[in-house]
Design a protein around this ligand. Structure first.
Ligand code: HEC
Length: 246
């Protein structure tokens, strides 16, 4: 059954932009993935995964804590909406427990889950987020895929910052953390990141790396807090490689 749903959703999943890429990392793994000697960690074999705190990020899995919770927090559980105080329609989307207990998730019929259905309603009055543009297709597909994969409280923390292709690795970061402001009729700072060209402009003039690395002389982005180190590393790597539309 599980396979069946996976197959059904393959068309949606095929877009490489769905791949999870926002990973927190164990510092030594980042070093290892940059080509340094992994035995620097004290002689342990880092590839054997004996340390139970290290969880490899699989590109085929959508992780709740890495992807789904940040997405819900930034789009749904702001004050006045689905936070613990306001809990509109008794829906609270601030933690795994509250998402599972109030999101009406149906593991046997993922597409029947309220958490998913409200995102794809045609009637803007019924669709979430209320009064706003629909979530990007990539994010809607991630939510569905997470439900199809069992709606688990999962996460991963192994990062490979050399994975820095635009469609697969960079765009999901931008969609999740930047596009909310950097799109529409008056995008932040006049920079629209809905197309790769918009992002390339700030990549090539140095502002992108300056902003996400929070270097002096640049506006720190996102304003609310630094991206995970792994995301920053991937962005730097992408820019270093020429900010290609790859
Ligand atoms: C909450 C809204 C918001 C979010 C989220 C946001 N930005 Fe911005 N961004 C702005 C605004 C507004 C400006 C213009 C700031 C100014 O000029 O005072 C800006 C400016 C910038 C600049 C120009 C910086 C400079 O020094 O001139 C870059 C580059 C940028 N943003 C990248 C990003 C990236 C990358 C992300 C996601 C990781 C992001 N922003 C997330 C609102 C946002």
């Amino acid at each position: 059954m599980y396979r069946f749903f996976l197959l059904c959703s393959l068309a949606l999943i095929l877009s490489g932009t769905l791949v999870l890429d926002s990973c927190q990392h164990e510092p030594f793994l980042l070093i290892a993935s940059n080509g340094a000697d992994p035995t620097d960690t004290g002689g342990n074999d880092t590839t054997s995964q004996t340390d139970s705190t290290v969880i490899l990020c699989s590109p085929d899995t959508v992780y709740f804590r890495n992807t789904i919770l940040p997405l819900l927090v930034s789009n749904c559980s702001m004050s006045g909406c689905h936070d613990a105080t306001s809990h509109k329609e008794d829906v609270v989307l601030t933690s795994y427990a509250s998402v599972r207990s109030t999101g009406e998730i149906k593991l046997s019929k993922p597409r029947e889950s309220e958490l998913y259905k409200v995102l794809i309603k045609n009637d803007p009055k019924e669709r979430m987020p209320e009064g706003k543009a629909p979530l990007p297709d990539e994010q809607i597909a991630q939510i569905l895929k997470w439900i199809e994969q069992g709606a688990k409280d999962n996460y991963c923390n192994e990062c490979d910052s050399t994975q820095a292709a635009y469609a697969l690795n960079i765009r999901p970061i931008i969609v999740k953390s930047c596009q909310g402001c950097h799109s529409g009729t008056s995008p932040g700072g006049g920079f629209d990141f809905t197309s790769v060209q918009g992002l390339q402009t700030v990549a090539l003039n140095g502002k992108l790396v300056g902003a996400v690395s929070r270097l002096p002389g640049f506006k720190a982005m996102p304003e609310s807090g630094k991206l995970p180190d792994c995301d920053v590393s991937k962005i730097r790597e992408w820019v270093r490689n020429g900010a290609l539309n790859n």
